[in-house]
Design a protein around this ligand. Structure first.
Ligand SMILES: CC(C)(COP(=O)(O)OP(=O)(O)OC[C@H]1O[C@@H](n2cnc3c(N)ncnc32)[C@H](O)[C@@H]1OP(=O)(O)O)[C@@H](O)C(=O)NCCC(=O)NCCS
Length: 166
């Protein structure tokens, strides 16, 4: 999917009480691995990966496996010592990539995902970017959120996306 940053940036969802937002940091690898494990468990993208797999995935992500992390535009919502959610953006080369939007089950459907994505969009817009992309599986209910934030399907991305969907 492809979106205009100004569309997502115009959303002003606020984090629910109890959550605080900050930038993603390189030292977040443990917390991010835990967030990925908890966030993907039981979803349609869960094919049985264990905690160690998610930890490796988190480390690879922060090391640039999906493109250099755009630290200034990548955020986590923090709940005490744990992460409640993230919007992590990378430089995919020819396009910016919203690489991960994840919120743990207990904080879902309260605007956390939308708030973090909109914050990332404002940061990217402030750095003079115009649009961004993401990959999402075709039947993922997250598509509704992405569409609400201005993303539209883009068949031209399908071959280059790491997932089947575009
Ligand atoms: C997608 C996700 C980040 C949304 O976070 P959130 O904080 O619940 O999002 P918000 O409260 O801002 O918005 C809720 C929207 O999430 C979407 N949603 C609802 N249930 C969902 C589910 N089971 N899985 C994914 N998205 C869902 C809907 O679009 C919903 O809005 P709507 O009911 O008005 O259409 C969160 O559901 C999640 O972490 N899902 C699992 C990981 C995932 O699939 N990530 C996207 C992969 S590309």
């Amino acid at each position: 999917m492809r979106g205009q940053l100004r569309d997502a940036a115009s959303h002003h969802d606020v984090l629910p009480e109890g959550l605080v937002q900050r930038h993603v940091a390189e030292s977040d690898v443990e917390l991010l691995g835990r967030l990925m494990a908890d966030g993907y468990r039981g979803t349609m993208d869960d094919t049985g990966e264990d905690d160690a797999w998610h930890h490796t995935e988190a480390a690879a992500t922060l090391q640039g496996h999906y493109g250099a992390v755009l630290w200034d535009a990548s955020f986590v919502a923090v709940n005490g010592p744990q992460l409640a959610g993230t919007c992590l953006v990378t430089d995919g080369g020819s396009h910016l990539l919203l690489a991960f939007a994840i919120v743990v089950p207990e904080w879902r459907n309260r605007g956390v995902g939308a708030a973090l994505i909109a914050e990332s969009a404002r940061a990217l817009l402030g750095a003079s970017h115009v649009e961004w992309t993401l990959a999402v599986t075709d039947d993922n209910p997250a598509r509704r959120l992405y569409e609400r934030l201005g993303f539209v399907p883009d068949e031209s991305l399908r071959r280059t996306s790491r997932d089947a969907g575009a």
